[in-house]
Design a protein around this ligand. Structure first.
Ligand code: PLP
Length: 418
């Protein structure tokens, strides 16, 4: 691991995944009469009891709309909602809590930037640079923007290991580049990208950078100020938090200069039929009733993760990744897709002669949950000339035994298709 871990808690006390599993009620269930082996964490992680309790407490004890009420419940809800924002601010290392905008998730965060910042700052002849390994949610909004304003979408390619071809970066960055949109950790390949370097070089030509942190937040310590990211997007449900809540971090000066995106309640200062003036950050970008319970649940998830230590989680997952790469690599039919030097917690593979969907179906019968498909990254599949992969993705509660179960289930695939 690299300097990203320097600021995290000491690694000398390894994480006890077997003990932590007890915090996640769903992990105790069976599937097809077998113990559940949950290896679909890049799609969504399971939720610890503390998150379920936080949601329960909100709905059971102080459910109320925020920001608008003088009554007691509304004040309690508002306090908890704004405290959640501060928890997220600290978790991301942001300079101020008003740099944290609650959204529905990474997808909505990217769309917010593409629409609000993009429409105001990108014009005909300008360029947006994405990478070949982006999730569709960090491609399509930029494509839509480019089509609308007459800008050009450029692509930083990757090599056959799934590493960005950084030697091409300086050629692709021009004085017309307005923004670089790059994934921190690829969901399809596991590649952990050198976003610090990309941000430095993009800034040198005057471009802003949006980092898609959907897959990095659950696995790595992230400090947006150290990275110097202009925008950082994440989804709560991939980091042990509830569904339907996400975050857009933006530097205050950048957010301040942006027009709002969605209009509605809570984002205004004053409305008349002649003119509306907008509220301060972050309300300007949070039109309508927010997902109050979601934000509170997300803060509970981040507190839980901090309590364990992100450095320890990363070290545990690095061990699992190394172990999984070894034991799965011993299966003759397995070919990995995504073999970058720096990877996080994702094992994407092909099983020779068997379609990934069939692999996934047989694994499910063995109680092993993996994801099969294009992982919302068609360009990655096109690069490798394949329709889909079978992807096992890891979380803090996974163990070497889970990976042994995956190996056994893959042996079953061989037997079925022999
Ligand atoms: N970016 C990456 C790298 C992802 O893996 C995902 C989801 O899989 C997303 C963006 C979109 O996240 P969401 O669907 O939570 O908005």
């Amino acid at each position: 691991m690299t300097d990203a871990l320097e600021s995290s808690p000491p690694l000398d006390l390894p994480l006890d995944a077997h003990a932590l599993r007890a915090d996640f009620p769903v992990l105790a269930r069976t599937v097809h009469d077998r113990p559940l082996v949950y290896l679909d964490n890049a799609a969504t992680t399971q939720k610890p009891q503390v998150v379920l309790d936080a949601l329960d407490r909100y709905y059971g004890e102080y459910n109320s709309n925020v920001h608008r009420g003088v009554h007691r419940l509304s004040q309690e809800a508002t306090e908890a909602f704004e405290a959640a924002r501060i928890t997220v601010q600290r978790f991301l290392g942001a300079a101020a809590s008003h740099e944290i905008v609650f959204t529905r998730g990474t997808t909505e965060s990217v769309n917010l930037v593409a629409n609000a910042w993009g429409r105001a700052n990108v014009g005909a002849g300008d360029e947006i640079l994405v990478t070949e390994m982006e999730h569709h949610s960090n491609i399509v909004p930029w494509q839509m923007l480019c089509e609308a304003v007459g800008a050009t979408l450029k692509v930083l390619p990757m090599d056959d290991r799934g590493e960005l071809r950084m030697e091409r970066l300086d050629d692709l960055l021009t004085e017309r580049t307005r923004l670089v949109a790059v994934v921190h950790v690829s969901n399809a390949l596991g590649t952990w990208n050198p976003v610090e370097t990309i941000i430095g070089r993009a800034h040198a030509v005057g471009a802003l950078v949006l980092v898609d942190g959907a897959q990095s937040i659950p696995h790595l310590p992230v400090d947006v100020q150290r990275l110097d990211a202009d925008f950082y997007a994440l989804s709560g449900h991939k980091a042990y938090g509830p569904m339907g809540i996400g975050v857009l971090y933006g530097k205050a000066a950048v957010l301040d200069a942006m027009p709002p995106w969605q209009g509605g309640g809570d984002m205004i200062r004053m409305v008349t039929f002649e003119k509306t003036t907008y509220g301060e950050l972050p309300c300007k970008f949070e039109a309508g009733t927010p997902d109050v319970a979601g934000a509170i649940g997300l803060a509970a998830a981040f507190d839980y993760v901090e309590g364990i230590g992100r450095g320890r989680i990363a070290a545990h997952e690095a061990d699992l990744l190394e172990y999984g790469t070894r034991v799965l690599g011993e299966i003759p039919e397995v070919r990995f897709i995504g073999t970058a030097d720096r990877k996080a917690a994702v094992l994407s593979l092909l099983f020779e002669g068997v379609h990934p969907h069939d692999v996934g179906t047989i694994l499910d019968r063995e109680g092993v949950a993996v994801r099969t498909g294009h992982h919302c990254a068609y360009p990655v599949m096109q690069h490798f000339g394949i329709p889909a992969t079978t992807r096992a993705s890891l979380a803090l509660y996974n163990t070497r035994e889970d990976l042994d179960a995956l190996v056994r289930a893959l042996t079953r695939v061989r037997e079925v298709f022999a």
